[in-house]
Design a protein around this ligand. Sequence first.
Ligand SMILES: [Ca+2]
Ligand SMILES: [Ca+2]
Length: 209
Amino acid sequence: MASPLLLAAFLGVLCGAALIPEPEVTVEVKHRPFLCKRKTKNGDLLLVHYTGTLGGTGTAFHSTYKDNNGQPVWFTLGIKEVIIGWDKGLQGMCIGEKRVLTVPPSLGYGKEGKGKIPPESTLVFDVELMEIRNGPRSHESFQDMDLNDDWKLSKEEVKVYLKKEFERHGTDVNDTHHDMLVEDIFDKEDEDSDGFISAREFTYQHDEL
Ligand SMILES: [Ca+2]
Ligand SMILES: [Ca+2]
């Protein structure tokens, strides 16, 4: 029987000319906790520790365990706040889970490179997920804001939400400023100008991923 590797090479010869395979992130799960109540999805805020190394040499270019005062970092998943390799490779992850992502250059820093990362680098990330929070654009946040559960946000509901947020952060904002903020938000978010922000208008579109 042909070995899987040989078979893969053979298929590669057959398909190689016609189809250039899409570059993929390789995900290796190192540790998955026994209990997993929630898995990461687009729009979630994630807190991660990571060490990034260069694929060829294994040289570390950044580690939150050592750099960044040993602090993990927050980012929103699925909105290209981070490299595409992360947006794709950190889906469906549990708190406490550890993964190793191998990211091809096209899903990392590509032809340009960045800082210590030379052009066309394959990157290897050891990632540990510390926490998941509702992202500002998650369905959970929308439900929190939608006080009368009619699946759309009125100006009043957005205003109540902003007030709570400002109080939480200890910021004092007067009423006029509040109204201006609400108007500004509706200008941008209420695409069909019906005076409400619908769930569709609110949540991120992730078609491009
Ligand atoms: Ca509502
Ligand atoms: Ca609308």
